[in-house]
Design a binder for this molecule. Sequence first.
Ligand code: SAM
Length: 685
Amino acid sequence: MGDTTKRKSGRSDDPFDGEGGKSAKKSKKEKKEKKTREKRSDDESEDKSNHKSFPAASSGKTETPPPTTTKKRAFRLRLKGIAPNTDKAQVAQFLLVSESCVRNVFHGEAIVMVDTEEAFQRCVEKDDEKLNGRFVKVTDETNGARSNLGRNFLTPGNNGENNAEVKRKTTTNEREGRDWTCEKCGGENFARRETCYKCAAGKYGEQRETPPVMKTSASINTAVVKKQNNAGDRMVAQGSEQEGYEVFVKYLPKNVDESDIADFFKRCGELKEEVNLLRDQTTGSSKGAGFLTFRNAESREKALAMDGERFLDRTVSVTVAKKSPFGTRGTTQALGTHTPAMLRETIDSLGIANDPNGIYIDGTFGRGGHTRGILNALGKNGQLHAFDLDPEAITVGRALEKEDSRFHMHHSPFGSMFKVMREKDSKVKVSGVFLDLGISSPQFDDKSRGFRPEQDGPLDLRFDVTSGVSAYDFLLKVSRNDLRDIIFKYGETNDKLSAQRIADAIVLARDTNALPKTTKAFATLVANAKGAEYQAMHPAKMTFQALRIHLNEEFDEFRRGMEGAMKLLKENGKLGVLTWKHSECAILIEYFRKVEKVRTNAPIFEWLKTNHEKSVTKLLEKDDDDDDAWAAEMDDCKRPADIEMRTNSRSRSAILHVLRKKSSAARMVEAEKAAYKKLKWENKK
Ligand SMILES: C[S@@+](CC[C@H](N)C(=O)[O-])C[C@H]1O[C@@H](n2cnc3c(N)ncnc32)[C@H](O)[C@@H]1O
C-alpha cells in the first residue's frame, strides 16, 4: 500500500485536501497511522477473499475482486459522542473534510464518507479529540457497515451490488454476540438486548409488536416470558391508537413544569394525555424526567427526533416508553412510601397560582406529599396549616415545621379545623382547603398498625393510637346487632346475611374467650364466617374497613371537615377533596346538594322566577356581612389521568372533587323551600 499520508487528494472540490499533514502530532500520529495501515491491508485482503467466495446478491454471478490498491475509494467512518446541536459544517471542519462528506449527524453520532486515504487518515487522527467540548470517538466502518445510517453509500468493493454480503456480515456480527446498532434509529445497544433501548425496534430490523394486554396472571404466555430472559427484553414499545404513543423524556431542566414541557414538544403534534412529570414524593419537585403520550405514532416519531435537543440549559433524551408483556408498566408505588395522588391537579384546582400568598389548609397531612406540593407552589408570604391524627404523621410534620416557617402542623382532627383556626385569629379566612380521605400508604403497609388483613399485627385500626379504643377493645364490648349494622353500613355491601354471620362469629369467639388479638387470626375468623364466594380482594378487607371507619368516626369527621372548611373559605376559595370509595363520594355529594348555590337553569328555580319574581328577589338578597349566607358551586370533578393510574396503581380509585365558595349567595334548598310554599307542596325531609 505504501505511505498513503504523503499522497495528494485527487478531488479538486475538497478545500481541506492536502492540509492535514501540517497538523501532524508526530509520535502519537505515526503510531495511529501504522495501525490504520496494517488494519487497512488486513481488511482489504479479507475483502478480497470474501468477494471471491460470495456471489453478488442481484446477479448471482461471481464478483470481480476489487483492485488491491486504489487512490480513490469509499471510506466510511462513524463518529460517536458528538455534542447535541453540532451540525454537519462543524463536523466537517473538525475532520478537515468537505461538508458533503458528512452524510448524517444523528443522535450524537455522525456518518462520514471520504474517498481518499489521506482524508480517511485525518479523520482517524481525530479519534479522542474534542469537538464542541466533547471527546469524540472515530471508528472505521469501511469493512463492516453496522447500521443503515449510511447504507446508501459505497463501502470498499461494494458498488451497490453486494448489499447481501454487507448484510450477511452484519448479521453474523450480531449473532456472534456483539453490540449492535439499531437500523431504525441508530441507537447503540448491548449485544444481549433483543430490542433497541431507544426505539424498541427489533435487533434484526423488525419492529416489535406490542403484545396483547393479558388479563390474568394465569393467561400469561410463560414460554414467551421465559425466552426473553432479561428485564429490558421483556419490555416492549408502548403504543396503540387506544392508549396513545408514549415517550420517556429525561434530563429535563429542573425548573420546568408540565405546561412548559408540553410547549417544548408542541411542534410534534397533539398530546393524548397530560404530561406526566415525575416528581419527588417528599418535596414535590421535578425529578427531571417524565412521560408524554401522543395521539399518533407520527407525533411520537417527531418527538423521538428531538432526542438530543437543548431545552433551556439541558440536553434532553427522548426514548420510546416501554411496557411489560402484561400490558402495564410496573407501579412506582413501593411499600412504605406514599405517592400523592393527583398532586398537580390538586395544586391547580386549589388555584394557588392565582393566590400564592393566601392561607391554605391540608386537613390530612399523612406523610406530607400534598403538603410539600402545596408549599412548593406557595409564595413566600403564603401559609399552610396541616392536620393529622397519626403520631407518626405529626413527627414528620413537626420536622417540616422547622424547615419551613410557612408551615404549621396541628395534632387535631380536621373536623375541628374551624375551631383551631378561629382560635388563633377570629376573623381568619382561607384561600383553599384540601382533604385526602382515608388511610395513607405507610399506615396501610405498616403491619404494626393492624390495618391490613394480610399482615399480622395488633388488632388496633386507629389513626390516633394515643386516644380512643383499639378494635380489639371495642369488639370486647359491642353488641351483636350494633356490630352487624357497622359491618353492613361501612363495609359497602348489600349482603346483610354475611354481615350477620361475621358479627355472630366475632361475638361467639368473644363469648368463648377466643377473640383474636391479632389481625391475621381475626381475618381468618371473618373469612371463615363469610364462606366461599368470588373475591377479588381479601374476604376480610371490608370488615376491617368497616371497623376502621367506625372507630375513627371517619364519615362524621368528613362531614364536620367539609362544613368547617366551607365556613373558613373566603369568596371563591376552594375545597378540594380526594375520595377513594363510593361511600365517601356519596357523603360529599349529599353535603354538596345541601349547600349548592342556586342554579338558574334548575327547573324549579325557573318556575319560581317566572311566577313569583318577588320571592326570587327576596331570596337572592343577602347581607354582605352575613357569614352564613354562602353557597357552593361544583368547580371540578375528575379522575387521575391514565398515565398516573399506570405509574401509581393505588391512584386508580381516586376522584378529586372541587367545591367553590360563593359568598352572599342563595342555595338551591332555599329556592326549593320557597317554591314548595307557593306550590303548597309538602316538604318532607
Ligand atoms: C390518605 S392519607 C393523606 C396522605 C397525604 N395527602 C400525603 O400525600 O401524604 C390520610 C391521612 O389523614 C389522616 N386522617 C384521617 N382522618 C383524619 C382526621 N379526622 N383528622 C386528621 N387527620 C386524619 C390519616 O392519619 C392519614 O395520615
